[in-house]
Design a protein around this ligand. Structure first.
Ligand code: LRH
Ligand code: MN
Ligand code: MN
Length: 398
């Protein structure tokens, strides 16, 4: 069905309001625990990761910020902030969420803020507080907190004591925040811990956030749920409680697979956006949410995968924004099952790609971001420059 000019206006407004943040770690060579398959053109430094994020923003027009992981991107801590900000500005992006890393160092074998050893808890807290300083110095709003903490066998840790240590540590983090800063508490049911994870689901993130105060909100990573979980219901509840802070978007078939967004179940992503757009329609204003990507596949070209994700996110958000909410609300009120559901299906099956092309034209960017990227020669240059570092000096890239 052709779209009316009212729908086109609505669509352009929705697209203007939608931005999604890219993860610096999505551009570097990553692997599974069984091995790494190196790509010659993958980013080898923070500057290269930011440059890659910059080109994705340039061709899609919807990725103005880059989330950073402190240990991976700021090896010298706060001292690195000016240089990283400068590189970001040169590439037309800004520093987004700051992700402390309290899962990689040897001392965190038995946990970070939930570690039975008070000294390790102190080390973890001090790294997170240093990350808040990076957050302040870089003008970044969100501190994105994920903890690998948990235990691997029944009875090997006090679940309640660990909860108390988390509450205490996170409260201290909360009190270090100022201005418009927020802390987003991410949950994950398992991995790397295989018996219990200290912050395993949205209820646990919610409780800890509530204990901390108004700057603490829940972060929903779409890959961090068991198969049958109704993620959009979690989103709806958190929205209604003003406790949703943002998302880590990715897709998965089995567990935390970190696959390209929408590659497995685009309807799932659409249903999440539907809850958000319905809320927005009712309230007359969009909720304040950080949309972030958290994905990294070791076989796909990383920049191209990210372009796929950014475009998919735009398409699915746009489909949800185009739902006729007035009609839907009336059908829901009468419990018209078929007609209510059809409002969603109608929007989901609408091909919004022509609209997106129009919107891109109106912004002066290429109608097809993937083609624009491929035509830019960026990847060939990156492979040539980074190849020797990635593959070793003997390669034909030298
Ligand atoms: C954990 C996670 C978390 C980390 C990122 C690298 O699975 O989703 O957000 O910071 O991956
Ligand atoms: Mn995540
Ligand atoms: Mn994850």
């Amino acid at each position: 069905m052709p779209l009316s000019s009212v729908q086109t206006d609505l669509a352009f407004k929705a697209l203007e309001s939608f931005a999604i943040e890219l993860p610096s770690w999505g551009f570097a060579n990553t692997g599974t625990r069984f091995g790494k398959f190196i790509q010659a053109g993958a980013a080898t430094s923070t500057a290269e990761k930011i440059s890659d994020a910059g080109i994705v923003h340039q061709v899609t027009g919807c990725c103005p910020s880059v989330a950073v992981h402190v240990l991976w991107d700021f090896p010298n801590g706060k001292a690195d902030v000016p240089a990283v900000m400068k590189v970001a500005a040169e590439h037309g992006v800004r520093i987004g969420a700051i992700n402390p890393n309290v899962f990689q160092d040897q001392c965190y074998k038995n946990g970070s803020l939930g570690n039975p050893d008070a000294e390790v808890r102190k080390t973890a807290l001090s790294h997170i507080l240093d990350s808040v300083e990076i957050q302040s110095a870089s003008g970044s709003r969100d501190l994105s907190l994920w903890f690998a903490d948990g235990t691997n066998f029944p009875g090997t840790g006090s679940i309640r004591a660990r909860k108390d240590w988390f509450t205490e540590g996170l409260k201290t983090v909360h009190s270090a925040l100022s201005g418009n800063q927020r802390m987003l508490v991410e949950y994950k049911p398992f991995e790397p811990a295989f018996y219990h994870t200290d912050i395993a689901d949205w209820g646990m993130s919610y409780i800890l956030s509530k204990h901390c105060g108004p700057r603490a909100k829940v972060l929903v990573d779409t890959g961090h749920h068991y198969q049958a979980v109704n993620i959009e219901q979690i989103v709806a509840w958190l929205l209604s409680e003003d406790m949703l802070g943002g998302f880590h978007f990715n897709d998965r078939r089995y567990a935390d697979d970190d696959l390209t967004l929408g590659s497995i179940d685009p309807y799932q992503v659409f249903r999440i956006f539907y809850e958000i757009c319905y809320f927005t329609w009712e309230r007359g204003a969009a909720p304040d949410l950080a949309y972030m990507v958290d994905q990294s596949h070791n076989l796909k070209n990383k920049i191209e995968e990210t372009i796929q994700t950014a475009c998919t996110a735009q398409e699915l958000f746009l489909k949800a924004a185009l739902i006729d909410f007035g009609k839907l609300a009336a059908h829901q009120q009468k419990a018209d099952l078929i007609d209510s559901e059809e409002c969603l299906r109608e929007a989901f099956f609408t091909d919004v790609r022509p609209l997106l092309r129009e919107w891109r034209k109106s912004k002066g960017i290429a109608e097809n971001p993937m083609e624009a990227f491929r035509a830019s020669g960026y990847m060939e240059r990156a492979e040539k420059e980074r190849g020797p570092r990635n593959m070793g000096a003997i390669s034909s890239y030298a």
